[in-house]
Design a protein around this ligand. Structure first.
Ligand code: FES
Length: 105
């Protein structure tokens, strides 16, 4: 049976720091929420497609995060791994509603 998408409240926008990743747990799902600007939020799975490095601990540069384990470069906006490495991290729709961050999982 297909799972129904649901919108989860991840907390007020003030809980997120610009250019610092934050892990949000939703059940067993570990998400990495990145606030790239005052009103720009993106969520990807907090797991590198290489060997599961925690992406929230990576360095952020522009719209990319560098995995803390082996430095793969991942686009925070669409989850794509930059070549020559390969792969893609799952992305999740993220919205601000009434000053709260909502993630659709
Ligand atoms: S686990 Fe991310 S680059 Fe290896």
């Amino acid at each position: 049976m297909e799972k129904t998408a649901r919108k989860v409240d991840a907390g007020p926008v003030e809980d997120f720091t610009v250019k610092i990743g934050k892990e949000v747990l939703i059940g067993d799902l570990k998400l990495a929420v990145f606030r790239l600007a005052e009103d720009e939020f993106h969520t990807i799975k907090n797991e590198c497609p290489h060997k599961k490095g925690p992406l929230t601990e990576g360095m952020i540069s522009g719209e990319h995060v560098f995995c803390p384990l082996h430095n793969w470069k991942i686009d925070i906006t669409d989850g794509q791994v930059e070549e020559p490495d390969e792969g893609c991290v799952q992305t999740f729709k993220t919205e601000i509603i009434d000053n709260n961050v909502y993630i659709t999982v």
